[in-house]
Design a protein around this ligand. Structure first.
Ligand SMILES: [Zn+2]
Length: 140
């Protein structure tokens, strides 16, 4: 929970990133998915870059307002002990782990869960740079 609610940008800018109780419920779901991811990656260490982002923090990092991070339903992470972000994303793609969006981003992997009551789309995308468009599939 600490890893998923800590925001480096928030801390640097003095912004509060404390999750609300609804967000905490969502982060528990994300934590369960991330446990499955860790198991999939041979229990190698996972470093979380970003989980929950409070609205002010999300604005500060230029995040999309509808981002799953704002609801505590996403995790950006790396596992350099397992491999590159592309290798991590491909492993998740081939697994039966339930996610809504799996995105290979420029330097990390984003796993997002569907909003409550909505089916998981199991959509895989690649985003090569901050301004690049999302490309379908995981493209190393
Ligand atoms: Zn993300």
């Amino acid at each position: 929970m600490e890893e998923l609610s800590f925001s480096e940008a928030g801390a640097r800018l003095g912004l509060d990133n404390t999750p609300t109780s609804i967000v905490i419920q969502n982060l528990i779901l994300v934590a369960a998915v991330m446990e499955r991811v860790r198991e999939l990656l041979g229990n190698k260490p996972i470093v979380v870059h970003s989980g929950y982002r409070a609205p002010d923090v999300n604005n500060a990092v230029g995040g999309v307002a509808t981002s799953a991070h704002c609801f505590g339903r996403a995790c950006d992470f790396v596992s350099s002990a397992f491999g590159t972000p592309a290798e991590v994303a491909l492993a998740i793609l081939k697994s039966d782990i339930e996610y809504d969006q799996l995105i290979l981003e420029y330097g990390w992997v984003h796993v997002g869960l569907a909003q409550e009551g909505l089916p998981s789309r199991r959509e895989a995308l690649t985003k090569r740079s901050p301004r690049a468009a999302y490309e379908p599939g995981i493209r190393a």
